[in-house]
Design a protein around this ligand. Structure first.
Ligand code: 5GP
Ligand code: ZN
Length: 141
């Protein structure tokens, strides 16, 4: 339990939540904002500030349940045509609660209340630029 962490309080039932799945590793509950109906958060029972703090074991403990939870959400409503998975790490990446969480956002149509913008910047890249970027990352493992 991390001091004053709202999601640790949800895990400890100090704050109520609409829980849809829970075991020793994770808790999955409805996001209060309901960006689209069924919008769910999956959180590790062990406090981690963000995904960047996960060990391989932490990752296994959380991600192994995601497909199952996603399938249950989809099966709950025939109008759900797809599901976006979203995980924000850091304020700049829109993280507002610093207990790691994965959003599962049911999609009803391209005009529902969720959207992502992907810019197409391929025209600004040369093979050398791609190579330098890949090199800078792969040497960090
Ligand atoms: P983030 O912006 O950090 O990726 O997402 C945090 C999410 O937590 C937001 O979508 C927000 O609606 C949700 N949230 C914040 N406080 C509560 C709460 O007390 N209960 C529930 N169920 N969701 C919360
Ligand atoms: Zn926490």
């Amino acid at each position: 339990m991390e001091n004053n962490c709202i999601f640790c309080k949800i895990i400890n039932n100090e704050i109520p939540s609409y829980t849809i799945f829970e075991n020793d590793d994770v808790k999955a509950f409805l996001d209060i904002s309901q960006t689209t109906p069924g919008h769910t958060l999956v959180i590790p029972k062990k406090h981690r500030d963000s995904l960047l703090d996960f060990s391989q074991e932490d990752a296994k403990n959380v991600f192994q349940y995601i497909p199952e939870i996603a399938r249950a959400i989809k099966a709950s409503n025939p109008d759900i045509k797809g599901i976006n998975l979203l995980n924000n790490n850091g304020e700049v990446a829109y993280q507002s609660v610093f207990h790691a969480h994965i959003h599962l956002i049911p999609r009803y149509s391209e005009q529902d209340d969720f959207s992502i913008h992907f810019s197409e910047n391929q025209n600004h890249y040369t093979p050398e630029k791609y190579e330098a970027l890949a090199e800078a990352i792969k040497t960090q493992f």
